[in-house]
Design a protein. Structure first.
Length: 574
C-alpha cells in the first residue's frame, strides 16, 4: 500500500483502468490466446517476449524479466515518479488522488524526499562542473594518472570538490544546503561546517533511470579510508546501489553483465568498450542487487581481485546466489592473477585477452563443487560428514531439480558413493533433520504465489484457516494477510495486490511471487492450495504432539492435555 495515497483510492483507480488500453497507446500489441504480446520496449529484441495478462492486469517480459502492474509500466516507460503515474491515471479516470482522509504528515514526508532528491542532483552537477575548473588541476592530473579520459568523465559525471565550503558557497538556494547538512554531505559541527567530499574524486551513484541517489569519494592520496560513501538516506542505501547500472544496455550479442568491486574497475572496462559492467560498492552482493541484475539479464559474471579476499568474496557470493540458479540463469566467476584487479589487468592485457577471460569464466556449479571438496580427506568419515552437513542444506535450497540431481551425483562421485539409493538415503536424512525450515519456507512461497496469482482461491475455506496464525513458520502471517485482503475484496486482481504493498517491506517478495512459475497446473491449483494448508497445519500439530509426548514422559499430562493429545493423534492419523 502506498503511504501517500489512501489504499481505497488506489484500488478504485486500478478498478477503473485497463492495462491493455494504456499500454496499447504506447506500443503495438497483438492478442494471442488469452494474453497480449509485443516487442519489449525496455530491451532490443526481434521476437515478442513482452506479455500482458488482462485478467491479472500485469505485464512481464521473458527476455529482460521486467514486470509489474500499470503503475510500474508508466513509471518505467514514461519515466514518471509514482505520484506522477497516479496523477496520469487520475486524469484518465477522473478520480481525485488526495481526498479528505489524505495523511498530511506523509505528504510532508514525500515533499521532503523530493527536495532531498533535488538537492542531491544540484550537488552532483556542481561537483561535475568543477572537475574542469582551473583550481581542480590536482584532480585532473590524478584522473589522467589513472588513465581516465574526458569522455568517461563526462559520461559518468565524475566530479571534484576543491573547497572546504564548496557546496555552501555555490548552492544559491539555502534550503537545499539544509537538506545536504541533514544527510551529512555537508558536515556540520558547533563551530564549523565543511564539504564531506572535499579534496576527493567524486563518483555520482545513480539508479537505473539516471538519477543521482548518493556519492562515492576517493582520496587523491592513499590516506585511510581511501573511499567513503554517502550516509544512508531515504534515497540511498548501499546494499541497494549498483554503480554503473544506468549505463547498462543489454544487446543480443552481449547478454551478460560483469560485476566488479570498484568505481575504477567500471570506468576502465568501459573505456575498453566493455560496457555492461556494474560495481556493488563492496565485496558482498545483496539479494536486492541480485534481483535487480536478473531483471536485466540471466547471465552474470563476477570478476574478483586475485587475492585471498577475492576468493573469500566469491565463496560468500556463491552461498547467497545459489538459490537463484536454474536452467536459464547462468552465473560465472573470473579470478584474476594475484595482485591484479579489473582496472589494472585491462591496461596490461587489453580487451582481447580480457574477453578470453570472460569466455573461460568458471561456472558457479564447478566452483561450488571444487570449493566444498577441496582439502577433504576422503578416508575420513568425520570430514566427509562435516562437508555433507554444510553442503546439503545449500544444495536443497536450489529450486531447480535438475541442478540438484547433478550436484548430488557429482558429490557422490567425489566422496566415493556412486549408489544413488544410498546417497539419497544420506541426503534425505540430512534434509529431514537439517533443512526442515527450508521445506516449510518453500511451501509458504508456493501458497503465497497461488493466492497472489489466483485471488479467487480465497473463496475456498479449508477448516479454520486462521488457526495457521498460531504456527511459528516464516511467511505464514504474510500469507494470511493476503488471504484476508482477497477475501474482503472479491474482485481484486494480481496487479492490485502488488499495489497494496508498494513501499512496504514485503513489496519485493510480493512482486517476485506474482510472476514466479510454481509449476502447478491450473486444474490442480485448488487441490494443491488446500493440500499445502493442511500440510503446514499438520507440521504444527506434529510439533505440538511431540511436545506433549515428551512432557508425558517427564511428568503425567493433565486431563485437558490428554484430550488434546488424543484429538491431535486423531487428525494426524487420517
Amino acid at each position: 500500500m502506498n503511504q501517500f495515497i489512501p489504499q481505497d483510492v488506489i484500488i478504485n483507480i486500478l478498478n477503473q483502468v485497463n492495462i491493455i488500453d494504456i499500454i496499447s497507446e504506447r506500443i503495438k500489441i497483438k492478442k494471442i490466446g488469452k494474453n497480449y504480446y509485443a516487442l519489449c520496449p525496455f530491451h532490443s529484441e526481434n521476437t515478442p517476449s513482452f506479455t500482458i495478462n488482462i485478467e491479472k492486469q500485469y505485464f512481464y517480459c521473458f527476455g529482460c524479466n521486467i514486470h509489474g502492474n500499470i503503475i510500474d509500466f508508466l513509471m518505467k516507460y514514461d519515466q514518471l515518479t509514482f505520484l506522477e503515474s497516479m496523477q496520469e491515471l487520475s486524469n484518465i479516470t477522473g478520480i481525485k488522488i488526495f481526498q479528505k482522509n489524505y495523511n498530511v504528515k506523509n505528504q510532508k514526508k514525500h515533499y521532503k524526499k523530493q527536495k532531498l532528491e533535488k538537492a542531491i542532483q544540484i550537488a552532483g552537477q556542481l561537483y561535475y562542473n568543477n572537475i574542469y575548473h582551473k583550481n581542480s588541476k590536482i584532480a585532473q592530473l590524478y584522473l589522467k594518472k589513472r588513465k581516465i579520459n574526458n569522455h568517461t568523465i563526462d559520461i559518468f559525471n565524475i566530479g571534484y570538490s576543491n573547497d572546504l565550503l564548496f557546496l555552501s558557497k555555490n548552492i544559491k538556494n539555502k534550503k537545499y544546503i539544509s537538506y545536504l547538512k541533514n544527510i551529512g554531505i555537508i558536515y556540520t559541527n558547533q563551530n564549523y561546517q565543511y564539504d564531506r567530499f572535499y579534496n576527493k574524486i567524486i563518483f555520482p551513484i545513480k539508479n537505473q533511470y539516471g538519477k543521482i541517489t548518493g556519492f562515492g569519494g576517493r582520496t587523491l592520496n592513499n590516506t585511510h579510508p581511501k573511499y567513503i560513501n554517502s550516509s544512508q538516506t531515504d534515497i540511498f542505501k548501499k546494499g541497494y546501489q549498483l554503480y554503473g547500472i544506468d549505463k547498462i544496455h543489454i544487446q543480443d550479442d552481449n547478454k551478460y553483465i560483469i560485476i566488479v568491486e570498484g568505481y575504477f574497475d567500471v570506468l576502465s572496462l568501459f573505456q575498453f568498450n566493455i560496457k555492461n559492467v556494474v560495481a556493488i560498492l563492496g565485496t558482498i552482493i545483496t539479494n536486492y542487487q541480485i534481483n535487480i541484475l536478473f531483471k536485466l539479464t540471466n547471465h552474470l559474471i563476477f570478476c574478483y581481485d586475485g587475492d585471498q579476499a577475492g576468493k573469500k568474496a566469491a565463496w560468500r557470493t556463491t552461498q547467497i546466489i545459489l538459490p537463484y540458479i536454474n536452467d536459464i540463469k547462468n552465473i560465472q566467476f573470473i579470478f584474476l592473477p594475484k595482485g591484479e584487479d579489473p582496472n589494472s589487468i585491462i591496461y596490461k592485457e587489453g580487451k582481447e585477452k580480457f574477453n578470453n577471460r570472460i569466455k573461460n569464466a568458471i561456472n558457479i556449479i564447478d566452483f561450488f563443487l571444487k570449493k566444498i571438496t577441496k582439502k577433504i580427506n576422503l578416508n575420513s568419515i568425520y570430514e566427509i560428514s562435516k562437508m555433507l552437513n554444510f553442503a546439503i542444506p545449500i544444495i536443497n535450497n536450489i529450486p531447480n531439480q535438475y541442478i540438484k540431481i547433478y550436484l548430488k551425483k557429482m558429490l557422490g562421485q567425489k566422496i566415493g558413493i556412486i549408489d544413488d539409493i544410498k546417497l539419497d538415503e544420506i541426503i534425505y536424512q540430512k534434509k529431514k533433520y537439517i533443512n526442515s525450515n527450508i521445506i516449510k519456507s518453500n511451501n509458504i512461497h508456493i501458497l503465497i504465489s497461488l493466492i497472489i496469482q489466483n485471488p479467487i482461491l480465497s473463496t475456498i475455506l479449508p477448516f479454520k484457516i486462521y488457526e495457521l496464525k498460531k504456527i511459528n513458520i516464516p511467511g505464514i502471517s504474510l500469507f494470511l494477510e493476503i488471504f484476508k485482503i482477497c477475501k474482503k475484496n472479491n474482485n481484486i486482481n494480481t496487479g492490485q495486490i502488488i499495489e497494496l504493498y508498494r513501499n512496504q517491506k514485503n513489496f519485493f517478495i510480493i512482486q517476485k511471487l506474482a510472476y514466479w512459475n510454481n509449476l502447478i497446473h491450473n486444474k490442480k491449483k485448488n487441490k494443491v492450495f488446500i493440500d499445502l494448508i493442511k500440510k503446514i497445519y499438520n507440521i504444527a500439530l506434529e510439533k505440538k504432539y511431540n511436545l506433549l509426548i515428551m512432557k508425558d514422559r517427564l511428568k503425567k499430562l493433565q486431563l485437558k492435555e490428554k484430550y488434546l493429545l488424543w484429538k491431535i493423534n486423531k487428525v494426524l492419523s487420517i
